[in-house]
Structure formats: structure tokens, C-alpha cells
Ligand binder design. Structure first.
Ligand code: 3PG
Length: 407
């Protein structure tokens, strides 16, 4: 970005890809942003450009609409929040590349910011057909009216081969935004010679979402602590009965393979020794703590559902985190949205905030979890704005957004 600023941007249209994909709450006209972390993280680059006199056009997506406008996926609530936070003028185009967007872009004044409606309201943004995506990128680039530039600041979307992330970088002079740069610097500290012991805490519902990252971490991390819904597949792989808990039967062999591979690679999996088992999936469900190898011994028998790691496990995980010099955490330990099952996630979050090591929280869900449990962003070494993007980076994959910028 500094290179672009050095070139001079006053009076120039600069297209910025930001990640404003934030969780919303409420309904209809009262829809509002539930966690503004990504909006705050997008502000510095927009501010720098606006201060330098650029005419900024922001491209972003929200949710996964099916290629046509849907009110519940409008970027309006995110723009309302951006307006509250921004020290510069923010305008909103109700369309993405239509007449409204064109005329608002043309009328922009130096230092003003225009946010385009959800890119994914146009099916060409995410199309698998190169020609379709390129045509859309061409129309987006045309909003700059010649002499424009492109800045990719959407770290959370760099793993997507989409028009606004990949194709557009070939249509305009392209620059890396500060958020992308910072995120890469942090994640590189995890992939290249992390300070040991290096502890990884993995949670969330599905093992299948984490397969590639687990595979890659086996040779790098010293300890992998597993909680969340995915842990039941690990417990089942060890031969334990897990009642009606989430279980991915088709992943059992893969998980057994990981447990065996871990032994060879000097990395230890640490699994919970106790589990909070509930009668049903509900905030007020009756529940009790049982040993992880006796889950069906609870009063709910084989119909009990594990909804959190137990207090002994939470304490053991916290101890392990305290003795680490590097910690990466992705995925909640239990159903933290229900207070009765938030203890594991809260304990892990607290341990990270008390750590003297370098701590990184990755993944949209974990970031929202720590904020909704009342933790301050500054208490962690880094909270990544990337969910899938940070995991794919740690998997060692080549990411389309970064490839495009390199080119
Ligand atoms: C995210 O939420 O991880 C990014 O905004 C990307 O969104 P997507 O997974 O819908 O592409």
C-alpha cells in the first residue's frame, strides 16, 4: 500500500477489496452487526487512502447469497456500522456495477469512500467460468474510470478464486493492503520456526473441516489439544462410546491415522478426560460431567450429547497453554452460545490472555466467541480476521488472492 501512496492517489479512484463479512443479528429492518471486528480491521487502509485524497470504492461480500440480490444479505448493516466508526464520508451503492454504482463512483470526491452492494449478488463474482469472472472484474475495474488502482485488503477472502480477489488484479495496478500484510507476517511466525513449545488448540464442530490443517500441523506443533464437536470423532477413534454426540463415522480411520502419525512425529494429541454431557441440545438442558471414556454412563445413557469439555480438561488445557511459547487457537471448545456449555471455551480464552507466549486466535467463529464472552481483542497477541483463509494458509496451500498479487 505504501508504494501506491508514494505514487500519489489524490483524485484517483482506488478499488479496495475488504472483508466486511460480519455476523448479523435481528431481522428485517432491525438487522445489525453482531461483531464488528472485521469492519474495524478494514478501517486503517480505507482511512489512509481517504486521508491521501483517494476516491475509494470498497468491494465486499456478505454471506453466501446465490448470485442474486437478497435483502438479508445486503451490506447495508455493515455500512451503517462503518459510517459510525469512520472519520471520513461513507456512501453506499444499492447495486454493485449497475447505473447507481456507476454514477456514485463518478461523483465521488477526494477522500470519500463508496461501498458497493454485496458482490455475490452477481453470480459472476464466484463463477467457475473464467470468462464470466473476468467480465465482472472488467466492469468493476471500469468504475475507476481509467488511472485507477486495486488494493486487496480482504485477508479473509484471499483463499477464494473470485473476480474481486483474483481476476481484478490483472485489470488494474494491484497492491497488497496492510491487513493482508500483517496477517501474513503473523501466520508466517507460526509456519516458520515457531518458538517452542508450540501448542495448537482445535475445536469447532467438524473434523472434516480441519483435516488438511491437522495433517500439516503434525510435523510442526508439539501439542494439539482437541475440543469442540470434533473431539467425539477422536474419542470414538480410541474406542470410546460417545452417545448421541456429533460423530463423523467416515473420518474415524483418518483420525486413527493421525493418532498413529502423531506418535512417529513427536507431536502429542491431548484429548479431554471429562465431558459435559447434556440431555438435549438446548440452553437449559439438564447436564452432568462424566469421564470421557464413560460418556454413556451418565443418567442420559446413550442419548446424552457432549456439549463441552469438562472442567478437569479445561484446566489441563489451560496448564498446557500456560507452558507454551506459541499458541494457535481455532474453534470453540463447546457450545459457548449457551452459558451452561461455555466454560471450556472461556477457560481456554482466559489461558491465552494470561500467556506470556505469542498467541493467535484464528477463525471467524473463535474471534466472535472470544468477543461475545467479553474478552478484549488486545488481550491476545493477534486475532486473525481470516477463518478459512488462515487455516488454508497454515495448510500450506497457494492462495489465489496472493498468487494474483504476486503476478
Ligand atoms: C470468511 O467468512 O471466512 C470470509 O469472509 C470468506 O467467506 P466465504 O467462506 O463465504 O467465502
Amino acid at each position: 500500500l505504501d508504494e501506491l501512496l508514494a505514487e500519489g492517489v489524490r483524485g484517483r479512484h482506488v478499488l479496495v477489496r475488504s472483508d466486511l463479512n460480519v455476523p448479523l443479528e435481528g431481522e428485517g429492518a432491525s438487522l445489525a452487526v453482531a461483531d464488528d471486528g472485521r469492519i474495524r480491521a478494514s478501517l486503517p487502509v480505507l482511512h489512509k487512502l481517504a486521508e491521501a485524497g483517494a476516491r475509494v470504492i470498497v468491494m465486499a461480500h456478505l454471506g453466501r447469497p446465490k448470485g442474486e440480490p437478497e435483502e438479508r444479505y445486503s451490506l447495508r448493516p455493515a455500512v451503517v456500522r462503518l459510517k459510525e466508526l469512520a472519520p471520513f464520508t461513507v456512501k453506499f451503492a444499492e447495486d454493485t456495477v449497475g447505473d447507481g454504482a456507476k454514477s456514485l463512483a463518478a461523483d465521488l470526491q477526494d477522500g470519500e469512500v463508496l461501498v458497493l452492494q454485496n458482490l455475490r449478488f452477481d453470480a459472476r463474482e464466484t463463477s467457475k467460468d473464467d470468462a464470466q469472472r473476468q467480465a465482472f472484474a472488467e466492469e468493476l475495474a471500469a468504475l475507476t474510470g481509467g488511472n485507477g488502482a486495486y488494493v486487496d485488503d480482504a485477508f479473509g477472502a484471499v483463499h477464494r478464486k473470485h473476480a474481486s480477489v483474483f481476476d481484478i488484479a490483472a485489470k488494474l495496478p494491484a497492491f497488497q493492503g496492510d491487513l493482508v500484510r500483517t496477517e501474513l507476517e503473523v501466520l508466517t511466525r507460526l509456519t516458520d520456526a515457531p518458538q517452542r513449545p508450540y501448542v495448537v488448540v482445535l475445536g469447532g464442530s467438524k473434523v472434516s473441516d480441519k483435516l488438511a490443517v491437522i495433517d500439516n500441523l503434525l510435523g510442526r506443533a508439539d501439542y494439539i489439544l482437541v475440543g469442540g464437536g470434533m473431539v467425539f470423532t477422536f474419542l470414538a477413534a480410541q474406542g470410546y462410546k460417545v452417545g448421541a454426540s456429533l460423530l463423523e463415522e467416515d473420518q474415524l480411520d483418518t483420525v486413527r491415522g493421525y493418532l498413529a502419525k502423531a506418535k512417529e512425529s513427536g507431536c502429542s494429541f491431548i484429548l479431554p478426560t471429562d465431558i459435559v454431557v447434556a440431555e438435549k441440545f438446548a440452553a437449559d438442558a439438564a447436564h452432568e460431567v462424566v469421564r470421557a471414556d464413560e460418556m454413556e454412563g451418565s443418567r442420559f445413557g446413550a442419548s446424552g450429547i457432549g456439549l463441552d469439555i469438562g472442567p478437569d480438561s479445561a484446566e489441563a488445557f489451560a496448564q498446557q497453554i500456560h507452558s507454551a511459547n506459541t499458541v494457535f487457537w481455532n474453534g470453540p471448545m463447546g457450545v459457548f452460545e449457551f452459558d451452561a456449555f461455555a466454560h471450556g471455551t472461556r477457560t481456554v480464552a482466559k489461558a491465552l490472555t494470561g500467556s506470556d507466549g505469542f498467541t493467535v486466535v484464528g477463525g471467524g467463529d473463535s474471534a466472535s466467541a472470544v468477543r461475545s464472552l467479553g474478552f478484549d481483542d488486545n488481550a491476545f497477541g493477534h486475532i486473525s480476521t481470516g477463518g478459512g483463509a488462515s487455516l488454508e494458509y497454515l495448510e500450506g496451500k497457494a492462495l489465489p488472492g496472493l498468487i494474483a498479487l504476486d503476478r
